[in-house]
Design a protein. Sequence first.
Length: 668
Amino acid sequence: MTFLSSFRKEFWLYSVLLSAIGAVAQEKDTLLERSLSEVEVVEKARPAVSRASVPVQQLDRTVIERLGMQDLSEAVSRFSGVTIQDYGGIGGLKTVSVRSLGSQHTAVSYDGITITDAQRGQVDISAFTLDNVESVTLAIGQTDDIFQPARAYASAGALNIRTSEPTFDDRNNHLKIKLKGGSFGLFNPSLRYEQRLDSTFALSAHTEWMSAKGDYPFTLTNGQIVTKEIRRNSDIQSLRAEANLYGHFPKGGALQAKIYYYDSERGLPGSVILYATRTKERLWDRNFFTQAHYKTPLSRLFTLQTQAKFNHTYSLYHNVDEQYAEGLTVDRNTQREYYGSAGLLFAPASPWSASLSSDLAHTSLESNVVSQLAPRRLTSLTALATRYYSSRLSITASLLATYMSDRTSQGNRPSDKRRLSPAVGLSLRPLTNSALRLRMSYKDIFRVPTFTDLYYVRMGNTNLLPEKASQFNAGLTWNGRIPSLARYVTISADGYYNRVTDKIVAIPTMYVWKMMNVGKVEIRGADVNFSSESALCGDKILLMLAATYSYQHAVDVTNPEAKNYRHQIQYTPRHSGTASATVETPWLNAGYMLTMTGERYVLPQNIEANRIAGYAEHSVSLNRTLRWRAYSIRLQAEALNVGNKTYDVIRYYPMPGRSYRFSLYIQY
């Protein structure tokens, strides 16, 4: 049986299974009413985070609105242990790395199904909006939720974006309109419509358009000469649309089906080069995917869930430059993925439960820069997990089996990959009458080489091994009330040790650069998180405080004879942190956010020539919600980088200075 026919047969079985479940699910019942207020949802979420055996951080809709956050990267940057690679500007690419392991080790999921990019192995989170999001959650290590697709076990950290599900009271529909504008020509309208179809099904549709010229001033320093320049070719036009179907069935079954489309054209301003600040790079991205998730109890002991997804991604890169033979280069890339998953949970009436999940995916790439090999990848993932849970003790263990096989239209192909990856976590409340908890976890995981690593023209290396990472974490959490001071306080502190081997890096050979497994990195660090809520003036005023701090000592230990031995790895700050304060009053709500990042180095050697200075960025927001008849109207104004600080996250990619945003949000 051929590689493709084998895939088709297995994927067909997944499709039949999902279709059969969908047919059974046609029974109707009353749609579950969710009358909890947003504040109550927050209160319920905090203990689960504090009881987790691994570091879990979460921002829900209430906190996002309180702090005036508008972009997903703003929300993610509030998490400790996270590094955002930001290339600047409204349309700049943004990727996420957790605890210095690299963005390829961080999974990003959308409503529980992982977003993949087999070509580059990393996800640009600027393609997603916060307007349609209910919560953003970051888990480092393997979470205590054992009933997940096997793919959720296959990364060092996971960022989960959960979109808002409609809730209805005495109305069968809702309309939400948002208009956002600001500096650098930003205009960003969005529309969301929710409809209760009947007692079982509900529908939501969201669409958003963003347009920005994007050009912004910056300061260019050349020795003793300091000049004011304009960052050009930073424009963006993007369209985002999605529709969701929700179903809640009589015996506890739940269905969510999604269609998503994203289309953008943006200028890439490139790095700042003295006397040549103009670039002619353009990037077009189009992404379409459809996915479905269904979960239902089969009996008192067993629960079944299935997922399926089809993803199509197209990108076009266009650059006019004299360095190319014809003065022009054009890169075209098309990715397609078919994905299916099925899982079974066994949960008897006891503290113990177990699950088995199996995933199958087929990914292909057509590209004019990957040697015309048309690589195809078949991935099989199987996860066996178990958990013991009580009020004082939680133990979770899992084992992930990975099989991966690549095929190409010609030439050599890499050998098949097979690996077992264990993970274990423990959370303990040592004192009966105390909310203090101790936690420890270990996870062994790896990431396979991307299509670019393996097949990129001249640089690709089909002999690459997977990049392996071992994660150890130990910490403590506490949450509770402080009478007369705070309604609640949550504190967590974690220390960790990570080790990366067979790190994939590009190194020079006799004639060209090649991708090689030569790197070893040791990472020691600590993450501290604090949040609190206090009532002032007889509960008329609420004060919310939050802070995070991260220490990362991530050093290269590849070669004791090398000049960069035990030097901090590129773009990893030793110290970083955030702080925020929000005041809610009956008249006006105000928020303040501070982001601090220490010095970093752009190349392996930690010398002054490679140093990027640290920075601190301050932002403030004001908002007010008004009620008129059946309408809720929210007005918001923000000032970003109030101090007009000039800094780079990536060297020679200057970030914008002071800017402003204004938004009007109407809900009916």
